[in-house]
Design a protein around this ligand. Structure first.
Ligand SMILES: *[C@@H]1O[C@H](CO)[C@@H](O)[C@H](O)[C@H]1NC(C)=O
Ligand SMILES: *[C@@H]1O[C@H](CO)[C@@H](O)[C@H](O)[C@H]1NC(C)=O
Ligand SMILES: *[C@@H]1O[C@H](CO)[C@@H](O)[C@H](O)[C@H]1NC(C)=O
Ligand SMILES: *[C@@H]1O[C@H](CO)[C@@H](O)[C@H](O)[C@H]1NC(C)=O
Length: 254
């Protein structure tokens, strides 16, 4: 049912006039998503910070500054339509909401929507704690990230006095999956989700994903693929060496 809704929204959005899809290969424009040179012409530093909770599921009131970007150049009379682009497992870049060739930026222009981009906790400069020590990583959880999104939307609704806001969530890959989970867990905070290439059939040992990555690296550079394979083989060997394994792997990584 949820997938059907997502599908319907995607279909609906594809009907927005003027959308000419680029030539695609395996889900990517042939020329790549990011085109050389253009990224440099976009101001990548203009971010805002937002006081976010460290732990949404306890009374620990610690806050940290989460980065976000806002592009309201298309928002006109209708201030109630908001597209939230979810950052994923990488540093977020304002490029994602300012580059006008991206479909979601085009849709925003067509629909007079405000674009937002929220960097995922523990990626880029959205670091809740000083370092990535193991004890800190218990806060690196999708459930916390989903609660970050909920708190972000609620706070913006309050701050901007939005009466009947319509938030549409966009994400790709892992952040697409986040978007779908978000609609499940916080159904009232958004009116729809566009999830591109989102893995939905999750399993503990999802090796098929790595097979796909191997295929991609191999098609780009087979020498590189061979090197990556060798490194994994060596590391697997070292990691099984018992007590000394952490030391050996740690030194190798230095
Ligand atoms: C980028 O943003 C900064 C900070 O807002 C501003 O000072 C600078 O002029 C901007 N640069 C461009 C090329 O827009
Ligand atoms: C976050 O909260 C702290 C302490 O209340 C305050 O000093 C800081 O300005 C806030 N940051 C933002 C981005 O609102
Ligand atoms: C909240 O959690 C942080 C990180 O684990 C910890 O440093 C801090 O002492 C905690 N604060 C309270 C009030 O429990
Ligand atoms: C967007 O705003 C323009 C100018 O105010 C208006 O003509 C147009 O109908 C709006 N588009 C939508 C989809 O609301």
């Amino acid at each position: 049912m949820l997938l059907l809704k997502v599908f319907l929204i995607i279909t609906l959005i594809c009907f927005v006039k003027g959308f000419q899809p680029p030539w695609m290969f395996m889900g990517r424009p042939l020329t790549g998503f990011r085109q050389d040179g253009i990224i440099d012409s976009i101001n990548a530093t203009e971010y805002k910070s937002f006081n976010q909770s460290l732990d949404h599921f306890s009374k620990n009131g610690t806050k940290w500054e989460q980065r976000y970007w806002k592009n309201d150049e298309f928002a006109k009379d209708d201030k109630e339509l908001h597209f939230l682009i979810l950052g994923g497992e990488y540093e977020a870049s304002s490029f994602d909401i300012f580059y006008e060739k991206y479909p979601h930026v085009k849709y925003a222009k067509e629909c007079n929507a405000t674009l937002w981009l929220l960097e995922h906790r523990f990626y880029g400069k959205s670091q809740p704690l000083k370092n990535l020590e193991t004890k800190n990583l218990k806060y690196l959880k999708s459930r916390q990230a989903l609660a970050d999104i909920a708190y972000f939307i609620k706070s913006q609704n309050d701050a901007l006095n939005l009466i009947n806001p319509k938030w549409i969530i966009f994400g790709g890959g892992y952040s697409g999956t986040l978007g779908i989970w978000f609609k499940e867990i916080y159904p009232d905070l958004s009116v729809g989700v566009v999830a591109s290439s989102a893995p939905v059939n999750l399993r503990l040992d999802f090796y098929e994903y790595m097979q796909h990555i191997e295929y991609l690296i191999n098609s780009y550079d087979s020498e590189c693929a061979k090197n990556v394979k060798d490194v994994f083989k060596d590391f697997t060997y070292y990691l099984r060496m018992g007590d000394k394994s952490t030391e050996i792997v740690g030194n190798t990584l230095k």
